[in-house]
Design a protein around this ligand. Structure first.
Ligand code: NAD
Length: 301
């Protein structure tokens, strides 16, 4: 394998986490203790793994973690009450509700209940709107991690043509907004696009967030393209279960100038940026509290 082309997400995430640890130390020296509340409703096995990893990374970074494991039968009212309590708790810097939620709970209601200043996933409409206006807000962790990988691989992104495959609220749309903010020309293709492959062939940068194993092979890619593979798909490989991305890595590798592997690419960056967002939230809350205690109350309400 040509390792010179590999974008090492694990190493990049370690660099982010090293900075996070230093920032946490600095905040603690100023009397500010960042804390992340993670809420898991139900027993979804993948969600349990994600939550465990987030708690572990938080502890490693010196961030206090508060874990709320609620039964799958928890009512929407109970969840919204817990979120309101955490919003009002000055000791809590960030709140994360692990998705997906059980079907009887409206995802949007839960995400909108989180105070925008504590919304470390960046899913609240205030943060989504702020991102689309190019304002500095808490931005979704996966696309933020992708952007950092791209900046490290390509340097200045200005003027590059980026194609984002997928238009979900958590990856595709915020990814497009971040690339636009970085001065790329951005094309978003999705399940209804009639010419996704032809558009992708024009791209300097491809970000694949589809959820279809190895859908994008070399024939989709311009020679020298930089590819970020967000997809995480579990497949049966001759009786062995393993993870693959949305990109056919072996086919794409000779065609690209750089590519993320799966696993070990975007995944570690997602958690690292969750920690980064928690530190940013803690700093902003402390700053607002100092400059105006009343404004701080308004900003987290
Ligand atoms: P989603 O199902 O919400 O969205 C998938 C998108 O792909 C949709 O917008 C759809 O229009 C588009 N799509 C589907 N078929 C298509 C096709 N044939 N051509 C073009 N576009 C098509 O998924 P998501 O939440 O955005 O996640 C996408 C993938 O990224 C999944 O594999 C998910 O597991 C993974 N993911 C990884 C991380 C990470 O940290 N690495 C984080 C979030 C999601």
């Amino acid at each position: 394998m040509n390792s010179a082309k590999l974008i090492d997400g694990k190493a990049a995430a370690q660099r982010v986490l090293t900075q996070v640890r230093a920032d946490v130390e600095q905040l603690k020296a100023e009397g500010i203790a960042p804390a992340l509340a993670v809420i898991l409703v139900g027993q979804d096995p993948a969600s349990q793994v994600y939550v465990r990893n987030k708690i572990l990374r938080a502890e490693e970074a010196g961030i206090r973690s508060l874990e709320y494991r609620l039964s799958a039968q928890t009512s929407q009212h109970t969840l919204l009450t817990l979120i309101a309590e955490l919003n009002a708790d000055a000791a809590v810097s960030g709140i994360l509700v692990q998705l997906p939620l059980p079907a009887h709970i409206e995802e949007t209601r839960a995400l909108q209940a989180i105070a925008p200043g504590k919304d470390v996933d960046g899913f609240h409409s205030d943060n989504v709107g702020g991102l689309s206006q190019g304002r500095a807000v808490l931005t979704p962790c996966t696309p933020s991690g992708c952007l950092q990988l791209l900046e490290e691989a390509c340097g200045d992104l200005s003027g590059k043509h980026a194609v984002v495959i997928g238009r979900s609220n958590i990856v595709g749309k915020p990814m497009a907004a971040l690339l636009l903010k970085a001065h790329c020309s951005v094309t978003v293709v999705h399940s209804r696009s009639t010419d996704a492959k032809a558009l992708c062939q024009l791209a300097d940068i491809v970000v694949a967030a589809v959820g279809r194993p190895r859908m994008i092979d070399a024939s989709w890619l311009k020679p020298g393209a930089v590819v970020i593979d967000v997809g995480i798909n579990r497949i049966d490989d001759n009786g062995r279960s393993r993870l693959v991305g949305d990109v056919d890595f072996d086919s794409a590798l000779p065609q690209v100038s750089a590519i993320t592997p799966v696993p070990g690419g975007v995944g570690p960056m997602t958690i690292a940026f969750l920690m980064k967002n928690t530190v940013t939230a803690a700093r902003q809350q402390a700053h607002a509290q100092r400059s105006s205690p009343e404004a701080a109350c308004r900003s987290i309400s």
